[in-house]
Design a protein around this ligand. Sequence first.
Ligand code: GDP
Length: 298
Amino acid sequence: MFATLSDRLADTFKNLRGKGRLSEADIDATAREIRIALLEADVALPVVKEFVGAVKERARSEEVSQALNPAQQIVKIVNEELVTILGGETRRLRYAKTGPTVIMLAGLQGAGKTTLAAKLALWLKEQGKTPILVAADLQRPNAVNQLQVNGGRVGVPVFAPEPGNGVGDPVSVARASIEEAKRKLHDVVIIDTAGRLGVDTELMKQAADIRDAVQPDEVLFVVDAMIGQDAVNTAQAFLDGVGYDAVVLTKLDGDARGGAALSIASVTGKPVMFASNGEKMTDFDLFHPDRMASRILD
Ligand code: GDP
């Protein structure tokens, strides 16, 4: 991810190297190249416009035009603006003050929710937490089983409806899971919800019903960064239909151009909290905007 964008930006900065003061034409040419690089990386147009506008304005300021090394100054500005569009500070998980912390996952089918649920459980376990996974995806026949397999891989128990015991609907399962967590002293409850192939109102309603029933401390929207511009549209649809506190980007190990990862925080106003970057259970961590920006400008 970001390989093309990184190369493009590096070329842009190379053109500035060795230049003394920057002329208006130099700044315009640089802004144009940054604009093309971002558009080619699939960054959403409003985000590109804002980004380039900010870089241009700052580049015209004293700090750059008077600087001995304008190229370095521009790189610094682009870095800082990248951190800004990526959401600024690292967003950390908020834990409940009393009782178990409830985390609900929402997103499209195939986004990587079930995998993510187990990765998050492992990550929490490594920090001394005692999570429980909850199978509230009762749409896809294999989803419960898949969560159980993933839970087994990370050694975290899975709460799932047992056939015939009366908790067959996702809202009841989610509600019952909180009681189970309290009984068995689990301090974090991770609820996996159903995802459809496309955004649909029934799915949204189900997720909203679960949210209303369990009042999660964090609703996380899980999205596949490989789906490009669609990720931003889906993110907006879930924001309107379900609402969430933060975003989790999956499949950052892929060769997508990176636009989704770059635009999503800026377009939705919600921070990216976690990133998932591989099939292994340990391919997962908090998302750090500053590290991501540095990686792009490496
Ligand atoms: P769900 O339908 O949202 O629950 O998605 P799944 O968890 O079943 O994931 C869909 C597919 O994406 C599976 O084949 C996962 O192994 C794969 N997957 C999930 N996360 C990642 C990731 O970060 N990187 C890669 N390369 N594959 C992933």
